[in-house]
Design a binder for this molecule. Sequence first.
Ligand code: FMN
Length: 401
Amino acid sequence: MLDGKRILLIIGGGVAAYKSLDLARRLMERGASVRGVLTPAGQQFITPMSVASLTGDECYTELFSLKDEAEMGHIRLSREADLVVIAPATADLMAKMANGLANDLASTILLATDKQVLIAPAMNAEMWAHKATQRNIETLKRDGILMVGPGDGMLACGEVGPGRLAEVPDMVAAIEDYFSGGIRPLTGKHIVVTAGPTHEPIDPVRYIANRSSGKQGFEIAGALAELGAKVSLVAGPVSLNTPAGVSRIDVETAVEMESAVQNALPADAAICVAAVADWRMKTGSNGEKLKKSKDGIPALDLTENPDILKGLSGMKSGRPALVVGFAAETEKVIEHATAKRERKGCDMIVANDVSAATGIMGGDSNQVHIISDKGVESWPTMGKDDVAKALAKTIAAVLTD
Ligand SMILES: Cc1cc2nc3c(=O)[nH]c(=O)nc-3n(C[C@H](O)[C@H](O)[C@H](O)COP(=O)(O)O)c2cc1C
């Protein structure tokens, strides 16, 4: 959504400055280019080197720079951007902006820019509540400055209250909202996504699992959030970063996953990507590790796990309007997946061939077939991120039809 957008990121002197590095990364992941400006106070918290290394561009710090100002750097920086973001916006920077002060590079850029400015304030709760700060905010709002946050909670100074820098996904969402005019097809929709494997304990050290990496489900959750959906991602044990704008609920077993999904409802759609283990141990091992014994190999007494997809599809009331399942097959992919759609009662099945030769399980690309009441649509091999984007668009089309 941010393809080709140029963002000038001004980083003020607050403890939360380190979070601006993550913000820069997330924006770049979404196709934006980021150019950093660090105030002198900002440099007490993070270095120009870390900003420059991350953004792949120079990090600007000086107003009176012989090198940059030979070509009026502050004017150029303020114009060669599609959006100016200040994160964290200190009380000091906001005061300067509200009063038109321009006595360093950041404040001069802010006075010289003809571009929209978005601020993410962060400060101590008393500083935030101070009449001067509140007066400045009113002025900035009247001047058309956009604002995200601050949040409420534990502050770096140890106090609790308003003044916390907005979370990175919320800053990303605010920036995306600016560029899309606030209109995204899944805005207002809640979607539950399951991803990853489940682990079914045999004893305290062993478990039954499968090879799911969770990559495809995480990509789908992120792509849905990018289209504006509120996404609850119920994740089995995987080591993946939570996509921007997604609320994650970590679980281990199928029973936990089912209960987390039920707790996350109501939802407009449920996308069941997780490879849930079919069976679990009928009875636990009483917390004891199973020992090798001369009596032979222990028999694993298994019982069936809840069928989360079938349960959601068959809900008598409160059923999500769209229930999507995934079918990982190793032969007769379309035939087996079509039968699975009927058996489970879901609206759509995304089928893929996970036989070892395809490298799909754990890999970065996927080739899927979309099976619905409209028939079968086979997509070419794509990166899992592109499959996710295409699927998110398909889901948006169904939900907004
Ligand atoms: C340890 C420490 C933490 C600070 N954290 C904040 C903060 O979170 N928000 C804020 O507005 N000022 C904070 N300040 C004060 C600013 O650094 C100070 O007002 C500075 O002049 C801001 O400069 P700038 O707006 O040019 O970045 C902090 C100061 C120190 C010493």
